[in-house]
Design a protein around this ligand. Sequence first.
Ligand SMILES: *Cc1c(COP(=O)(O)O)cnc(C)c1O
Length: 226
Amino acid sequence: MDTLEYKRHIDAVIEKIEKARLHVSGHHIVKIVAVSKYVGAEAVRALYEIGQRAFGENRVQDLRDKSAALAELPLEWHFIGSLQKNKINNLLELDPFLMHSLDSLELAHALEERLERQNKSMDALLQINSAYEDSKSGVLPEAALETYAQIAQLCPHIRLKGVMSIGAHVDEPGVIQKSFETTHRIFEKLPHASICSMGMSGDYELAIRCGATMVRLGSVLFPAQS
Ligand SMILES: *Cc1c(COP(=O)(O)O)cnc(C)c1O
């Protein structure tokens, strides 16, 4: 794909996002986080050059390498992967814009301890396992409101901004939709939450129609490499 073809491809994705957004409301804003985990720094730069600013990685090491390689660009880096406790300090060093994958009260306590010690704070989303899949991390929907409130109360260095979820890993759109609706219902009940991060390359239009305010798109934004 040359630059012009790539631009056209990205415009087509943005048009789909726009349609889904307007289906909700003209006031409904959706932010795109470009998930660059499959590609190198040069592909990130190519997407930056046609206007993208927010990028996400699911491994701390990759986040470190790519953000360092592109340090001269005004990029916003999101962390979207499972965080092992022994990587917490490495992540904090990178000062991510937003952590999407806070997936337990236990991890929140571990993060809070390091944040407090380093006199830092971090914006984060509570990850919800809305599809009830064993392979996924996150708190179960039944526990989400209480866990959110506990983190908000007990972890003052974590600034909770809302929720994140991965849609059900099935083919039936109805089942995927249900998982998004579950997440969105929880989102609506949270005090001061502004971000509902859900929707990936295969299901972002559906996620937006269900109320997503942030989508995490990987393969669809980096078609040549995936
Ligand atoms: C990889 C990943 C994505 C993007 O996946 P695509 O299907 O390539 O768009 C989004 N969210 C999370 C948590 C991921 O790990």
